[in-house]
Structure formats: C-alpha cells, structure tokens
Design a protein around this ligand. Structure first.
Ligand code: ADP
Length: 486
C-alpha cells in the first residue's frame, strides 16, 4: 500500500470545467501543485450542464432526499486536471434533476442540491476504493461533509480515520436555509441548536463546516485575522474566535504555467520580465477589441464579479477624475444589475475613454491582464484575491485597498527607493482611492521608473509551491487532531 497522503478536494466549482470566481481557480490549480509534492490528490464537483468534458461513468447509486429517490451517477474525467506534467483525477456527481441546469447557483432548491452533492460524495468513496486521509472542503456548498462524517458516519469503519479541513474562500456566502433542510441531509432535528448548526433561525451549511471540521483555514493570513472581528466576521466571528487555535491563513497561489505572458495563447504578443517591449502590442490590441482609440495613454483595467464586496462604487465615484487625466479604463464583469447598469451608463457617457464588457469571458480577461498598465481592486474585503496576482504576473500594476490578501501581497511603490509592486490605499474612501490611482498615473509618466516597477511586479513569485507545502503541513496537523479524538 502507498503511504502517500490521500486527499479528496470537494468543490462546487473547478476551473477549467466550471467557474464563477476564484474558488474555481484554486480548486483547479492547487491539486496539481499538491500532486507535485507527492500527495495522492483527487477532486470532485457537480456535473453541471455546462460541463461537457469527455467522461466515463464509474458507478451509480440511489440517495433518498426527503422521501424522494434520486440517482447519483459518478463519472470520471477522461484526462483529469493536467498541469506541469501532473495528472489529478476528477470525479463528477451527476444527477439530472439537480444539476442539469443552465447556471451553477441561484436556484430555490439550493439546500437540496448541495445536500445531495455532499451525501453523494461520501457514498461514492467506498465504491471508488479511494479512502482519503483528508477530505478538503471548500465554502458553504461542502459544509455538510464534516457534520455528516461526525454525526452520520460515526460508526462507519470506512471513515474512522478520515480528517476534514474546511477552507473559507468567502465568508459572505453562507448557505443559510430553513431548519427543515436537515431532512435533506438525513440529520436529526437536535442538530438545530446554537452550539451546532443553528444560525439566526436558519441552518447554516457554512457554520456546519466551521463547527465540525478538524481544522479550518482561509486564503490569507490577514483575512484569517479580520474574520474574527465583527467588521469582517459576517456574524460568524464568535465561532471563529472560539476556534482560533484551529484557524489558519494560507495564501492562494496561481498556476504559473497557465498564467504566463511568455507563451499565453490567449494574448496578442508575448513578453518576459527581461523584455517587456511587446507588452504594448497587447494594449493596442485590447484598445482595438474594446473600440477605444488606439494610443499610448495609461490603460486601467478591472476584471471582477460585480458585487458590492469589490468596492466598485468607489470606482464609479472617481471615474470622472481618472478619465480627466488622459487615461482609458476597461472593465469586464458580471453580477448585480445595479453595477452592470452603472458601468453600461459610464460606457455610454465616455465612448472614447471607458469600455465595459458585461459578461463572463476568460479570453478577454487574459487580454486585460496582459494589455493594461494598471489593475484596479478597491475591495471592501478580499479573502485573497487572484486578480492582483495574475496582474503582477503580467506586469500590470495593481492599485488596491489594503485588506485581506491584497494587504498580504501588494506593497506600496516608493518612488525614492523604487521598491514595491503596486499602489495601496487604506480606508474604503473615494479620495484615498483617487490618491493611489493618481500616484500610479504620475509614475507612469516616468518611463524608466515605470519599467522598473513592471519588472518588480513580474519578479514576484505567487506560484503555488510555498503554499502547497503549507497545505501539506495543515493536512498532517488535521490528521493528528482527528486521531487524538478517537
Ligand atoms: P472572487 O473569487 O471573489 O470572484 P478573485 O480575485 O479571487 O475574486 O478571483 C476572481 C477570478 O475570476 C479571477 O480569475 C478573475 O480573472 C475571474 N473573473 C472574474 N470575473 C470575470 C469575468 N467576468 N470574466 C472572466 N473572468 C472573470
């Protein structure tokens, strides 16, 4: 038998198969990095309608949800996740009723959908003959797994040595549902109590993960601290303080083979930190694609979910001033109607200076990361943030609010010492954001300094290697913790 640590990643989205945000990037790129460290990692996610990958059926079995018999069909991707010469098997939980729908989320039966997913994951493992040392759960959609293991599979020999790790990618999304959702999980009503799953009159899938997992982590050290305070804790701060000995922060990375300006097939022209001269070709191609005048003015970019978390109200407030500096701004995003309309209106007002693409478009995102000079992330909170990491990799200078992972990755540029990799502001206030943007625009006017800053940013290393080692340590600690309880 192999003594490799066996890890099952459970995530509601995994890039490149289905993605709405950073969770998918992490679930698609951390497993190959762990594999590189010698771990036996596998991944499971729902088989949504948009996932049209070649796959083989491995097994099927019934699950009864509130008296209704549903079939879980377990499929395996023909190739799996392949990166850096490593292949990670990927399983899909398929069910026509719950997952054969256009989108990933936002349906009225969300509790039943993800209860089904979690139960199917635990039922499939014996059939796949894969007994993980760690089940690594991500966000509320997978919160029921730790509670099912401890309350439902207590005496099941298969799960006697299985530890759970729960990663918070965003505490704002909690999966809170009326108490009768316990039926979907096949769990007793007694679990609806303040010490267990009750949360302000609902059952919280997120709280289930926070209370029952052996160890918890989030995706930056700063966010791990912030979420123990009322300002960032989204009501969960008490629980997180109670579990503070078991709460860790491990910074996300990005896949440096996928995000690579020297060979990215999605961008116009390739470049490296040694020779950035072709970066401007990408700028001109982007201006053309977005119907903006093609010229050498500072080009600022945004790629973001359009949600209030992202602080884009601040952008709307300073847009007139920024554009008055002979700049252009391009925005790619989708989300809340309010922001979609706000930026459509701005595009109509400034046809020669501001362009917005409302929608999800991975190819355009790469063109923005490569083609812009600066990247804007004025977030109210940011667990880690991947946009600024991808921007750094492409020599596009982040202008960020100092919060969560943005605070842990971006250091303010000092024109005297020429140290730093971005422009940072502290408080979520329009004037502070404007000052930071204006500092960036001023440095841009000094080409030598700017080129040095671009180099600084491209020489940063936010690949997964270091964080993958931290995860390996976290898994070993979780196993020890689980064993102590027996
Ligand atoms: P979050 O997970 O909160 O959405 P992150 O910065 O951690 O924020 O990750 C966002 C990821 O989603 C990045 O890879 C970003 O490029 C991508 N993304 C966000 N919106 C879009 C969009 N409209 N089109 C393409 N990619 C997008």
């Amino acid at each position: 038998m192999s003594d490799k640590l066996k890890i099952l990643f459970v995530s509601s989205e995994v890039a490149p198969f289905a993605k709405t945000g950073g969770l998918a990037d992490v679930a698609g790129s951390l497993p190959p990095a762990l594999k590189e460290q010698g771990l036996d990692v596998r991944v499971v996610m729902p088989r949504y309608k948009i996932v049209e990958e070649p796959m083989l059926t491995r097994l099927d079995f019934p699950i009864t949800i509130s008296g209704r018999k549903e079939t879980a069909v377990i499929k395996e991707h023909r190739d799996g996740l392949v990166s850096g010469g490593h292949r990670v098997p990927v399983y899909f939980v398929d069910n026509y009723h719950y997952f054969d729908r256009k989108g990933l989320y936002g349906y009225p039966d969300e509790a039943a959908r993800f209860a089904f997913f979690c139960r199917a994951v635990l039922e499939m493992l014996p059939g796949l003959d894969f007994n993980p040392d760690i089940i690594h759960c991500h966000d509320w959609q997978t919160g029921p797994i730790p509670v099912l293991i401890k309350e439902k599979y207590t005496n099941d020999p298969f799960y006697q040595n299985t530890a759970t790790v729960f990663t918070i990618h965003n505490l704002q999304y909690q999966g809170n549902f009326p108490p009768d959702c316990l039926d979907f999980l096949g769990l007793p009503k007694e679990l609806y109590s303040p010490e267990k799953l009750e949360f302000y009159g609902d059952v919280s899938f997120l709280k289930a993960g926070l209370i029952y997992s052996d160890l918890i982590n989030t995706v930056s050290k700063s966010y791990a601290k912030e979420i123990t305070t009322p300002a960032y804790g989204e009501g969960m701060e008490g629980i997180l303080r109670m579990r503070s000995d078991d709460l860790f922060g491990i910074l996300n990375g990005i896949d440096y083979t996928q995000f690579n300006p020297s060979n990215d097939p999605l961008i116009e022209s390739h470049y490296t930190s040694q020779d950035i001269s072709h970066k401007t070709d990408n700028k001109y191609a982007l201006q053309q694609a977005m119907n903006l005048p093609v010229k050498d003015v500072p080009l600022l970019g945004v790629v973001s979910r359009l949600a209030s978390q992202k602080g884009l109200d601040l952008l709307a407030q300073i847009l007139d001033k920024v554009l008055a500096q002979n700049t252009q701004v391009v925005l790619l995003g989708t989300g809340e109607n309010y922001y979609e309309n706000l930026f459509k209106e701005a595009a109509a007002k400034y046809p020669d200076k501001f362009a917005a693409y409302i929608g999800f478009n991975a190819g355009l995102a790469q063109k923005i990361y490569a083609g812009c000079d600066m990247f804007l992330m004025p977030s109210k909170f940011e667990p880690c943030g991947l946009g600024q990491l991808i921007s750094l990799r492409y020599g596009t200078i982040p202008i960020v609010r100092s919060t969560g992972g943005l605070a842990d990755t971006i250091t303010n540029y000092n024109p005297e010492t020429m140290q730093g990799n971005g422009f940072v502001f502290e408080e979520p206030e329009a004037d502070q954001f404007w000052q930071a943007a204006n500092r960036a625009i001023q440095v841009y006017q000094q080409p030598e300094k700017w080129a040095g800053l671009v180099k600084n940013s491209m020489n940063c290393d936010f690949s997964w290697a270091r964080s993958a080692l931290d995860y390996t340590d976290l898994y070993n600690s979780a196993i020890k913790k689980q064993q102590q309880k027996i």
